[in-house]
Design a protein around this ligand. Structure first.
Ligand code: ADE
Length: 226
């Protein structure tokens, strides 16, 4: 999978993909992530990419022309399955969306800044909008990094134990059960005995029950969803 990100702050997108699982995905050639600096291709002088908003009001808006130039330049080389705009007014990101996006070949992500991007870019090019939560970040970069990470770890071959993503929270509509490692007793607290019984069937049943219990307690809304 290839992901092209249009941004005014490519530096912000270096570290998130240079470590751990994302690094492994890149090293194995399963995921390519490129951050393109919008200022490099803007047709305006001194790298200008934003301007005052029509109708007045505080805050700058990202101009349509530099974005259109950057998008069309990328489109010359490949067809994109989705052109995503990261924005707090988009639909909320979830595991289902991550799963769907992980099946795509080429994705473009546009990171907004300031008051956002000129709406005509959304109307003309954007095929999907994503918010990572009901709060406003200073730009779309950190949100894009969250989305790329969630997608990248789902690509076949990225995780060592391929089945492990199947048991993540949300993957089966439930939160993950509690997990324990050594020592079997810590500060007077023992690991649930069933985990030491050596019977995988019994352990699976226990984990499922714990998942349901956790979901009921912490996220009852998930059990009401279809
Ligand atoms: N840009 C600013 N805030 C955002 C959010 N919550 N989600 C996605 N993109 C954003």
């Amino acid at each position: 999978m290839r992901i092209d990100i249009i941004t005014v702050l490519p530096e912000l997108l270096e570290s998130p993909f240079s470590h751990s699982i994302m690094k492994r995905a890149k090293d194995k050639g399963l995921l390519e992530v490129y951050a393109h600096n919008l200022r490099d291709t803007t047709p305006y002088k001194q790298g200008q990419v934003d301007d005052y908003q029509f109708g007045g009001g505080a805050g700058m808006v990202m101009m349509p022309e530099p974005l259109a130039v950057a998008i069309e330049l990328l489109q010359k080389y490949r067809k994109y399955n989705e052109i995503i705009y990261m924005t707090p007014d988009g639909p909320l990101f979830d595991q289902k969306t991550a799963n769907t996006l992980s099946l795509k070949e080429n994705i473009m992500i546009i990171c907004g800044h300031y008051k956002g991007i000129d709406d005509r870019i959304r109307q003309l090019y954007v095929t999907k909008e994503i918010s990572i939560g009901d709060y406003v970040l200073s730009g779309g970069e950190l949100a894009a990094a969250v989305v790329v990470d969630a997608i990248g770890r789902l690509l076949p071959g990225v995780l060592n134990d391929e089945t492990s993503a199947l048991f993540d929270s949300f993957q089966d509509g439930l939160l993950a059960p509690p997990v324990y490692t050594r020592p079997a007793e810590f500060r007077g607290m023992a690991v649930p005995e069933i985990l030491l019984c050596g019977d995988p069937k019994k352990i699976e049943v226990w984990r499922h029950e714990e998942s349901v219990k956790r979901t009921e307690e912490r996220r009852p809304d998930m059990l009401r969803e279809d």
